[in-house]
Design a protein around this ligand. Structure first.
Ligand code: NAP
Length: 249
């Protein structure tokens, strides 16, 4: 059977950890060349060292900083002579606190990485694709969260950023469809990664009671859906949000 994304060039942010790292692994397994991007160059180099195939690179990027994103894309286009046509926005941060105790910097940091970072990557990636005439069959997958639709105690900043990602994805799909670029978002539930490792046991128990499958998700269970969305197998799925939560209610 042919591989899902054979010979495509993919860029994944947040690729040094958790879901982003796993997305790189599944993309490489399915035949893509992967640009693994993260603010932490050491962890992202570790990601690249484990990938199947040869043409993968580690890239230093701060998704919340326009200069950093523009420079990174320029370097990539120079190196591969084309921009990536699969984009996965997995870089994200959570700074939990009750709303009455939340500092300006914890609010701003979360919005800057999760929401503005997704905006900057989409804008600069799509401009590069249009310039290189490679928009056809391109696919952007943004990672939101089920918290973006339900809210969560201690996560007013995070839930707002993730609700923003859902709305921005819909708007982007309305603008990019004419070029043949699809844009979708996935809404993971509780997934076992370094981000959730610090969640207190009491909170984990509370979540577990709400999951019909009675277990937390694994990064691979998110990555497999993302790679399906990246591939032409999902060629008529556009502007939508897919919950991957084990049925969390
Ligand atoms: P993770 O293990 O913490 O990985 C996130 C990665 O993003 C880290 O390598 C982090 O680097 C990097 N990053 C943070 N800020 C960045 C920036 N400004 N520029 C570039 N890279 C940056 O988290 P995860 O659980 O894999 O989460 C991945 C995505 O899924 C996030 O958007 C998260 O909100 C979303 N999500 C996760 C869950 C879950 O249950 N795990 C559920 C719903 C949604 P540092 O380690 O240096 O910060």
């Amino acid at each position: 059977m042919s591989r899902l994304v054979a010979e495509k060039l993919a860029l994944v942010t947040g690729a040094g950890s958790g879901i982003g790292r796993e997305v790189c692994r599944v993309l490489a397994r399915e035949g893509a060349n992967v640009i693994a991007a993260d603010q932490n160059i050491k962890t992202v180099q570790e990601t690249v060292a484990t990938l199947e195939g040869a043409e993968h690179i580690a890239l230093n990027i701060n998704v919340g900083d326009r200069n950093s994103v523009e420079t990174a894309f320029k370097d990539v286009v120079k190196q591969f002579s084309k921009p990536p046509t699969i984009i996965v926005n997995s870089a994200g941060v959570a700074r939990a606190n009750f709303l009455t105790k939340l500092s300006d910097s914890d609010f701003d940091d979360v919005i800057n990485v999760n929401l503005k970072g997704t905006f900057l990557i989409m804008q600069i990636a799509v401009k590069a694709m249009i310039e290189a005439n490679t928009t056809k069959d391109s696919s952007i997958i943004n990672i939101s969260s089920i918290i973006g639709t339900r809210g969560n105690i201690g996560q007013s900043n995070y839930s707002a950023s993730k609700a923003g990602v859902i709305a921005m994805t819909k708007s982007a799909s309305l603008e990019f469809g004419q070029f043949g670029i699809r844009v979708n978002t996935v809404l993971p539930g509780f997934i076992e990664t370094p981000m959730t490792a610090i969640v207190p046991d009491k909170v984990k128990e509370m979540f577990m009671k709400r999951i019909p499958l009675q277990r937390f998700g694994k990064p691979q269970e998110i990555a497999e859906v993302i790679v399906f969305l990246a591939s032409n197998r999902s060629s008529y799925i556009n502007g939508t949000s897919i919950e991957i939560t084990g049925g969390l209610n």
